[in-house]
Design a protein around this ligand. Sequence first.
Ligand SMILES: *Cc1c(COP(=O)(O)O)cnc(C)c1O
Length: 381
Amino acid sequence: MEQIIETKIKKYSRPTWAEVDFSSFRFNLNQIKRFLSPEVKIMPVVKADAYGHGLVEVSNYLVSQGIEQLGIATVDEGIELREKGVGVPLFILGNVFPEELETVVEYNLIPTLCNLEVAKRLDEIAREKNIFVKAEVKVDTGMGRIGVLYTETLDFFLKLKELNHLVIDGLWTHFASAEDEEFTRIQLLRFNFVFGGLKQLGFNFYHIHSANSLALFRNKETHFNLVRPGLSIYGVYPENSLREIVELKPAMSLKTRIVFLKRVSQGYPISYGRTFITSRESIIATLPIGYGDGYSWLLSNKGRVIVKGNYAPVVGRVCMDQTMIDVTDIPGVSLGEEVVLLGRQGGLEITAEELANLSGTIPYEILCRIGSRIPRIYKDG
Ligand SMILES: *Cc1c(COP(=O)(O)O)cnc(C)c1O
């Protein structure tokens, strides 16, 4: 029995929707826990609208499952979560501007410090309010994105010592290529050097963390006392080889219905640019979804969908709001028939990894791209 819990958009006319199954989050969290020692906590990353699954709905569900902290990318995401009543600690993994710090404090978000200017301003705000403010320090050990360079972190902490309204209780880093064992090892050595040095200097941290999904499954030494899985929480593999060591269940399915069905003769062109010409008499169905919804134009003449327990190819170019498929070989297809673009039907499955391979991107982007025009429907089981 499928129980529909909540829809983000109350009324929608177009029969295209994304289903998000909470039971997959439960399953994936348990799978992740099997790789962790009991003292290691999980901070699911819910940035980018929870990888397209719905920021508030997913966060609330994860908190209901005992999750005690969430990772976000921006101050705006933190504001939205707080305004919707999410009360757990929220860690901003991105850099913040000094101008955002008043808001960070007002909404009780935990910022990442990567430079002294931000740290000083945060300390100033805390001093004015006569409070202590928590923050974490990000160490750049080889990602080259944000963070204090690992060669400069010890000196950075000595400067922070004077800012006595800050409570720096977290130290973390991020891997550039968790699939590359050697470089990950180098980054870990650098991080441990910084961490060890700070311990000797008398600094203590509540949170030490480094692992994203791939690192957490690949290397226990990256766990410290907190891990930051994103993609794997949503049931998608950051790398194919992980399938051999862990089973994950995708939380999101993308579905639509056939809105137009026609029989055309051999030699008939389909869609913009006439890149597909029927090679036989064909039955072509039109789907009300396109690249305007995040179903990539790059899937033109490449993608496939599931109809009545069979795969059907995308034919011609994907349009902004519509896509055509060839259902000639599938008997009994009718108007209104349900079509799966991502997810399972019967024994068949289309994964985010498949769509990523076909369109020359990574599964992360496939999920994040699923547009706001598509309602998310939440169910459990
Ligand atoms: C996005 C992000 C993660 C999650 O990465 P996944 O590969 O999705 O598990 C972890 N840490 C940081 C800093 C991130 O930006």
